[in-house]
Design a protein around this ligand. Structure first.
Ligand code: NAP
Length: 294
């Protein structure tokens, strides 16, 4: 029987509705309007689309949104000065610096200059450390989205064998930390892993965050496993541009128990998780209990 398709678009829409309700309550009960500032340096076309979508969805759930678009030649010092201004602006509860930054700017320096409590992407070393040590952290948005989708498909994740392919700071490592928190037995695989197909076949929950089109084929998947495909790979096929994941969907869907499509799986959850993190950051800064968003 083909796998159940995990509908990330529908799940993201449900989450955004819950966020809008929470924002409405924060406004009416506490006079608090969460606000997200997004900083974009340069003209990268994909980043421009992401930033536009983030701003639109922030406004749609009732929050304040600010966009700061800076020229590609902006100096590191000017960018750090803007971050400092946003760190000190009480109306701004969350700051996102869109990556990648131009080569002349030190990305780690900029990320680590953010107020950790406003670091809505969860990339600051303090948030990575809080997550790793089980403390309350702002956690990277794509990993949060992955875990929400996995739970939607599987219910409790306790005791499951989870394999994460990829060890980046923005996806692989934080998703592995979150799965550990959910009491999975976690393996992190990467480019040096020996016999990757055999490692993947152990997984009840397989998360692919590699950036290689259709690398994970049906024979890597344990029958009935849940497969979460984070990959966004732009390819050309039969003369047409297409976006495909890290998993060969057509084959995998015949073996897996549940699977996310690309597009329409993890992607839409990333912005919804960003909005959720913004609300969490605003509540924490206002010393209010975190609004219930499910
Ligand atoms: N849906 C979303 O919203 C969203 C958000 C972020 C990223 N993404 C997508 O997710 C994918 C991963 O992103 P990323 O930023 O984590 O990428 P990344 O920083 O390039 O990391 C890729 C990881 O995959 C591993 N890898 C590469 N080739 C491999 C191979 N042949 N076998 C096993 N492991 C291999 C690398 O291992 P080493 O460490 O050993 O080099 C690395 O750990 C990309 O397609 C990206 O576009 C999607």
């Amino acid at each position: 029987m083909p796998a159940r398709i995990i509908d990330g678009k529908a799940e993201a829409e449900r989450l955004r509705k819950r966020i809008a309700v929470a924002v409405g309550e924060l406004k009416s009960r506490h006079g608090l309007t969460p606000g997200l500032a997004v900083v974009l340096v340069g003209e990268d076309p994909a980043s421009q689309v992401y930033v536009r979508n983030k701003a639109r969805q922030t406004v749609e759930v009732g929050m304040n949104s600010w966009e700061h678009r800076l020229d590609a030649s902006t100096s590191e010092a000017d960018l750090l000065a803007l971050v400092d201004r946003l760190n000190n602006d009480p109306a701004v509860h969350a700051i996102l610096v869109q990556l990648p930054l131009p080569g002349h700017i030190d990305t780690d320096k900029v990320i680590n200059s953010l107020d950790p409590d406003k670091d809505v992407d969860g990339f600051h070393v303090i948030n990575a450390g809080r997550l790793a040590t089980g403390q309350n952290a702002l956690v990277a948005c794509t990993p949060v989205g992955c875990v929400i989708l996995a739970k939607q498909a599987l219910g409790r994740l306790d005791g499951l064998e989870a394999v994460v392919i990829g060890r980046s700071n923005i996806v692989g490592k934080p998703v592995a930390q979150l799965l550990l928190k959910e009491n999975c037995t976690v393996t992190i695989a990467h480019s040096r892993t020996r016999d990757l197909p055999a490692v993947c076949r152990r997984a009840d929950l397989l998360i692919a965050a590699v950036g290689r089109p259709r690398m994970v084929t049906a024979d890597w998947i344990k029958p009935g496993a849940c497969v979460i495909d984070v990959g966004i790979n732009r390819i050309e096929e039969n003369g047409k541009a297409r976006i495909v994941g890290d998993v060969d969907f057509a084959g995998a869907v015949e073996v897996a128990g549940a699977i996310t499509p690309v597009p329409g799986g993890v992607g839409p959850m990333t912005i919804a998780s960003l909005l959720r993190n913004t609300v969490r950051a605003a509540c924490a800064q206002a010393e209010l209990p975190v609004a219930n968003m499910g």
